[in-house]
Design a protein around this ligand. Sequence first.
Ligand SMILES: Cc1cc2nc3c(=O)[nH]c(=O)nc-3n(C[C@H](O)[C@H](O)[C@H](O)COP(=O)(O)OP(=O)(O)OC[C@H]3O[C@@H](n4cnc5c(N)ncnc54)[C@H](O)[C@@H]3O)c2cc1C
Length: 385
Amino acid sequence: MERVVIVGGGIVGACTAYFLALLGHRGEIIVLERDPSYRFASTTLSAASIRTQFTAAVNVRMSLFGIAFLRSLPERFGTEADIGFHEGGYLVLAAPEQAGNLARCQRMQVAEGADVALLDPPALAARFPWLEVAGVGAGCIGNRNEGWFDAHALLTLVRRGAIALGARFQAAEVVGIEPAAEGFTVATAAGERLFADRLVNAAGPWAAHVAAMAGIALPVEARKRTGFVLRAPLAGAGMPLVLDVSGAWIRPEGEGFIAGIAPDPERDPPAGEDFAPDVDLMEDKLWPALAARIPALERLRMVRAWAGHYEMCTLDHNAILGPHPGLPGYFHANGFSGHGVQHGPAAGRAIAEWIRHGRYVSLDLSPLGYARVAAAHPLPEDAIY
Ligand SMILES: Cc1cc2nc3c(=O)[nH]c(=O)nc-3n(C[C@H](O)[C@H](O)[C@H](O)COP(=O)(O)OP(=O)(O)OC[C@H]3O[C@@H](n4cnc5c(N)ncnc54)[C@H](O)[C@@H]3O)c2cc1C
């Protein structure tokens, strides 16, 4: 009987527990989550969108499984399972000098099975009359398999599904990990010590702290991202998530919109425990960019702002996944760099397959392994917003 301890019960930890239980893990599955309210978890603070438009093929594959997983929720968790998935698509815009790159990526995405199409500026203007196409060289629209949903609802479903299959979620903060004979001793803030045959680090933006407890250097840092809830005299119905050449993004949400923009690199230091929204980004960067691209947004109104943390992989903006070379039984599920809600199902299934079968079965995610970190050999993902 083998005990697997998963540190962190956000979407990645919950999906790992769910798939492990589904694959018939013989033994205990314990998820240690220090805050079952998930107040500061990335999962519940995310924009909860899914896309197939990435620059690294492995991310397209993970998203396609993510979509298949979202579509399979009623079959897995019952017909009431509803996360409000809206297949609105992404519209990714490129400046004229980047249009060739966008076309190259579109061809790769299509080869991987994505349904995305390139549009030139006249076609963009005809299809999206509210869009200003000056300064745009091309756009790429997701016709299928891209959209947004309720991430908290997804987490609740997966967590319940894992529990129904026998996994246990325990409120506990992990403060120490000591390698022991054929496993680990895990210490909690409450003074409990429990043995783990296998240990999965799924601690999101706090992953580097957890890895350090086991003596592992992990290039993952928390980076603050501010989201804005907006109202504007523009109908959101039928509008995709628009990613502008400026880096600003906006999508419909309820009666209005949500939007964001990455801060300047010098204003993007490790976030620590700072969750105060950077509201000045609105006036300084976001509003001018949005109003230039979508003139109706000249008259937008900010309703509120919130901030969450990306778990940024500083090596290459890609997940670090799988067994740690040199520390048997220790698994990484970290560094998703702002695309972990959509990649949680693929990551969870992959870790579960490795623990159960000693290898990836459905999707080979070995390119995301720690070996590239040890060798300082990045696998870049450029489509991070
Ligand atoms: C503003 C914003 C927008 C985003 N938009 C998207 C998007 O549109 N699409 C997308 O796919 N992704 C998006 N993301 C990224 C996504 O939210 C994350 O990649 C994903 O949620 C990571 O999931 P996780 O389970 O690894 O981390 P988390 O959800 O953060 O879960 C980690 C958990 O570990 C717990 N934990 C940490 N340390 C310990 C410890 N020592 N002991 C016990 N528990 C511990 C934490 O309490 C936390 O609950 C966005 C993120 C932000 C902040």
